[in-house]
Design a protein around this ligand. Structure first.
Ligand SMILES: Cc1cc2nc3c(=O)[nH]c(=O)nc-3n(C[C@H](O)[C@H](O)[C@H](O)COP(=O)(O)OP(=O)(O)OC[C@H]3O[C@@H](n4cnc5c(N)ncnc54)[C@H](O)[C@@H]3O)c2cc1C
Length: 476
């Protein structure tokens, strides 16, 4: 009997875990045996997905929900048998605000991504001037650009919807997703479908309407746009981990080096007990952030290490705060608000969690969450917890009139937590792919490359697992 193929997966976030699941599933379907070791440096699985119970509150320290329109996460939930538990946000409170001109303005309803789909709502918002609204509507008649090649999100959205809509509407939302700078972010790497819509329909608004009509014609009852799980996003992590039948999960086990050898990849580890002699694997799947993969390959493949290091990552933090409902001065009648970066406030967004999500806080609490840090205004390691909380409290007072002290806070830092797909990102990926192709047995996936959202990470983990599987098949 031949030896089972040996696979090392580096990182136990959603990318690494789902890759392990897809590999096990495919191996079982083909009657192949594999030994999979998944190494996670932290004492827990999940990476940027981290739900924490605090008494009767459920705090999301990282991701809070995912987009249902991108199907890989929904499909994975189905395979895990947890899709029936998925819940949308609280529709009775579906309103989001933008801080502009010293007050909160409601975002127009019917936004799809960043594009207003409901003209009545667009014309009734106080966020844009009449001129700004007419400029958005001009998207219907402005011809598609004939230029090929990449452009920044700021350039593209300004070209289609005007400067005002970009600054007051698109940019703050964008910052909430990428913690990024629209002048630097690449359209091709972040929202290539918007360029395709422009090309196909000559207008973003018309293109999105057509897409919505087509999806309505399928007759399927659409899921709410964003969904989550009753015990938080970590439910997904737990479900995938529980489903793994043969993967050995090694927590508190950081990979410290990877070297290509004649007979495979030598992976050396670092645990509480110190460094360990390297074990050899047929393949290594790196699902950790690109800058970590870079450091692991620095000794053996400096060229690849430096290509990986070209992908910037920005440090951010979240601060959960909770208040007794009885003395809370604000109605929290919505999902929260975003703050345009030109306001230079330190805070980028606030989610009114207890109004946005079910199952997060019982009625006697009001739970909110502040987001800090973005490209150009990152969270500095030197900033103390007190400083982070005081920025949030200062901004809550200014924007929402809350001067009460919270009953509790929970700070979570995400050092280099947000990958930035800046202009040229797709070229960087091409170069990385070329170099990786010359290193048989090495595979990459994770949020640094082809999508930061949870569904994108799962899709890419699926592709990487498939590539690992085919590689191993071709080797036997
Ligand atoms: C604050 C915040 C909010 C977000 N909100 C949402 C949201 O609502 N919806 C959404 O779709 N997306 C959201 N995202 C993005 C999404 O959560 C992430 O892109 C995704 O979870 C990344 O998964 P990953 O497995 O690729 O990487 P990670 O989650 O970063 O996992 C990588 C893992 O590798 C481990 N690791 C690192 N170095 C080593 C080493 N040397 N050896 C072994 N292990 C190592 C890390 O400890 C980590 O567990 C959010 C991100 C952040 C930071």
């Amino acid at each position: 009997m031949s030896e089972p193929a040996r696979v090392a997966i580096v990182g136990g976030g959603i990318s690494g875990l789902s890759a392990a699941y897809f590999l096990e599933r495919d191996a079982a379907a083909h009657g192949q045996s594999m030994q999979i070791d998944l190494f996670e440096a932290a004492p827990r699985l999940g990476g940027k997905i981290h739900s924490a119970q605090h008494d009767d509150l459920l705090l999301e320290l990282g991701a809070e929900s995912f987009l249902s329109r991108k199907t890989p996460a929904i499909d994975l939930c189905k395979e895990m048998g947890i899709d029936e538990k998925l819940r949308g946000t609280r529709s009775e409170n579906r309103k989001t605000f933008v801080w502009h001109d010293d007050r909160l303005h409601q975002l127009p309803k019917g936004l799809s991504g960043f594009v207003p789909g409901n003209m009545n709502s667009l014309f009734s918002t106080s966020l844009l001037s009449l001129r700004g609204k007419l400029r958005v509507a001009a998207d219907y008649i402005i011809p598609a650009s004939k230029q090929s090649g990449d452009e920044s999100l700021a350039q593209f959205m300004t070209r289609r919807l005007g400067k005002q809509a970009y600054q007051r509407l698109v940019q703050p939302l964008l910052c909430g997703i990428y913690a990024g700078d629209g002048d630097q972010l690449s359209l091709q790497a972040t929202y290539p479908e918007l360029r395709k819509l422009e090309q196909a329909s000559g207008s973003l608004i018309r293109g999105l309407k057509l897409r919505q009509q087509r999806s309505q014609q399928t007759g399927e009852k659409p899921l709410p746009p964003f969904v989550t799980l009753p015990n938080g996003m970590s439910d997904l992590i737990q479900a995938v981990a529980d489903k793994l039948a043969s993967t050995n999960i090694h927590l508190n086990t950081g990979v410290q080096d990877c070297q290509k050898q004649m007979d495979g990849w030598a992976v050396s580890l670092n645990t509480d007990e110190g460094s360990h002699a390297a074990s050899v694997y047929d393949t290594v799947l790196m699902s950790c952030p690109a800058y970590v993969t870079s450091s692991l390959l620095e000794n053996s493949n400096p060229a690849l290490a430096s290509q990986l290091n070209e992908i910037p990552h920005v440090s951010t933090a979240t601060v959960n705060l909770w208040y007794a409902a009885e003395s809370f001065p604000h109605a929290l009648d919505g999902y929260g608000f975003v703050i345009p970066s030109h306001e230079q406030r330190g805070l980028t967004a606030v989610t009114w969690t207890s109004s946005k999500h079910f199952d997060r806080a019982p009625d006697h609490w009001r739970l909110i969450r502040g987001y800090l840090g973005r490209a150009g205004a990152e969270i500095d390691d030197q900033m103390s917890d007190e400083e982070l909380v005081s920025i949030v409290l200062r901004e809550l007072k200014r924007t929402m009139g809350i001067s009460e002290k919270p009953a509790g806070t929970r700070i979570q830092r995400w050092p280099k937590g947000s990958p930035q797909y800046t202009l040229g990102h797709c070229d960087k990926l091409q170069n990385i792919d070329k170099t990786v192709a010359q290193l048989p047995g090495l595979f990459l996936c994770g949020a640094s490359y082809r999508g930061v959202g949870i569904p994108d990470c799962i899709r890419e983990a699926g592709s990487a697992a498939e590539a690992v599987f085919h590689y191993l098949e071709s080797e036997t």
